[in-house]
Design a protein around this ligand. Structure first.
Ligand SMILES: [Zn+2]
Ligand SMILES: [Zn+2]
Length: 94
């Protein structure tokens, strides 16, 4: 049986074996720090968690956008609630 592992590439092969694992779902080599998501049916790099509300995974490619989204949501909630309280106070209902 012919193998493609030679004395020259054995080091590289061993590194790949150590750092990577095989994803049974994707039928592909999974890079280090990647995790398979059953909902997205894909391996996500640096996966943190699957956001059910948004319908996709938060990984290292989109986490900055997700944090931005969270920040804007919090600011907008505070703003709208604050305006509501202020409007009530100004009209003397408080
Ligand atoms: Zn996968
Ligand atoms: Zn996902």
């Amino acid at each position: 049986m012919k193998s493609d592992i030679t004395k020259e590439n054995i080091e590289e092969y061993m590194t790949l074996q150590r750092s990577s694992s095989f994803c049974d779902y994707c039928q592909n080599i999974q890079p280090p720090r990647a995790y398979h998501c059953a909902s997205c049916n894909a391996c996500i790099m640096g996966k943190q968690y699957h956001c059910a509300a948004l319908g996709f995974c938060i990984g290292e490619n989109n986490q900055i956008h997700y944090l931005n989204y969270l920040f804007v949501s919090i600011v907008m909630c505070t703003y709208s609630f604050g305006s509501l309280v202020l409007a009530q106070m100004l009209s003397g209902n408080f």
